[in-house]
Design a protein around this ligand. Structure first.
Ligand code: CP
Length: 302
């Protein structure tokens, strides 16, 4: 059966922990790239991104190449999409060419769920609209695991544009699987309602001293219509800055999936603060995506 990687919800805690540990092994191997086994030799993956990306697309490319594979970066802007070719026909064309996996990003929340049964190669969700970003979810779990040596029982505040965030979507799925407590902070209009006891709305400032990690989120200006945002007011109310960092416990970490708006949801001096793991998350994106490609394409892997 084809193994698609579309949502963290399709994994058990045990399966997801296996992936986190496999990513951790790759993270060690990345220190000596010449020793990485060529698990994707003679395999070709296609990056098919209908929305912009820096981290996800490039880290999938690095991940595939570190494993000895090759990558096609399909760009809808200079392709037959411009002649009206549909998403289905585009993906089916790439499948016909013989690539081993399709890494796919699109603004539609559920397009892959609708298409998956027609494909015989692994589809990997590299960001689906406002719904899920499961490969980001895995790298976030890896970052938390490296920091705390466990996932169960951690407390994480998520602050910002949660309603439009597929990163938050996947983190909340993972939280339910692992028993991570999530505090939803930020403007009421950007917070989803939750009926899950592990996920609750909270005041940002009073939550900061309680948590192990704070995940700051970008305001997704491109997904709002007519949004009027006063950057200074927003930063004062919900931004990560030195005043709020001092309210956090010394062991607690600052996270952000990127790209970040310096001075809006996070001040310049917090991006590379000693408690920030933002660039560590990006670094972990390669190991996490190596684990996902190996899982999707190879039956055995490490
Ligand atoms: N975090 C993330 O998905 O970044 P990109 O949009 O640059 O891929």
């Amino acid at each position: 059966m084809v193994k698609h990687f579309l949502s963290l919800a399709s994994f058990t805690q045990h399966e997801l922990m296996d992936l986190v540990e496999k990513a951790q092994s790759f993270s060690h191997l990345l220190q000596t790239p010449e020793k990485i086994p060529p698990l994707l030799q003679h395999k070709i993956i296609a990056n098919v991104f209908y929305e912009p990306s820096t981290r996800t697309r490039c880290s999938f490319e690095v991940a595939a190449k570190r494993l000895g594979g090759e990558v096609i970066n399909f760009n809808p802007e200079n392709s037959s999409v411009k002649k009206g070719e549909t998403v289905y026909d585009t993906l089916k064309t790439l499948e016909s060419l013989g690539v081993e996996s399709l890494v796919f990003r699109h603004s539609d929340d559920h397009i892959l769920e609708d298409l998956k049964s027609a494909f015989h190669l692994p589809l990997i969700n590299a960001g689906a609209g406002k719904h899920e970003h499961p490969t980001q979810g895995l790298l976030d779990l890896l970052t938390l695991y490296q920091e705390f040596g466990k996932l169960q029982g951690l407390k994480v505040a998520v602050c910002g544009d949660i309603k439009h965030s597929r990163v938050a979507g996947s983190l909340m799925v993972a939280a339910k699987i692992f028993g991570i407590k999530i505090y939803l902070c930020g403007p009421d209009s950007l917070r989803p309602l939750s009926t899950d006891s592990m996920i609750e709305a909270a005041d940002f400032d009073s939550t900061l001293p309680e948590v192990d990690a704070v995940m700051m989120l970008r305001i997704q200006i491109e997904r709002h219509e007519g949004l009027e945002l006063d950057a200074k007011t927003y930063h004062h109310q919900f931004g990560m800055n030195q005043r709020r960092q001092k309210m956090m416990q010394p062991h607690a970490i600052i996270m952000h999936p990127g790209p970040f708006n310096r001075g809006l949801e996070i001040s310049d001096d917090m991006v590379e603060h000693p408690q920030s793991r933002i660039f560590k998350q990006m670094h972990n994106g390669v190991a996490a995506r190596m684990a996902i490609l190996d899982w999707a394409i190879n039956r055995k892997g490490l």
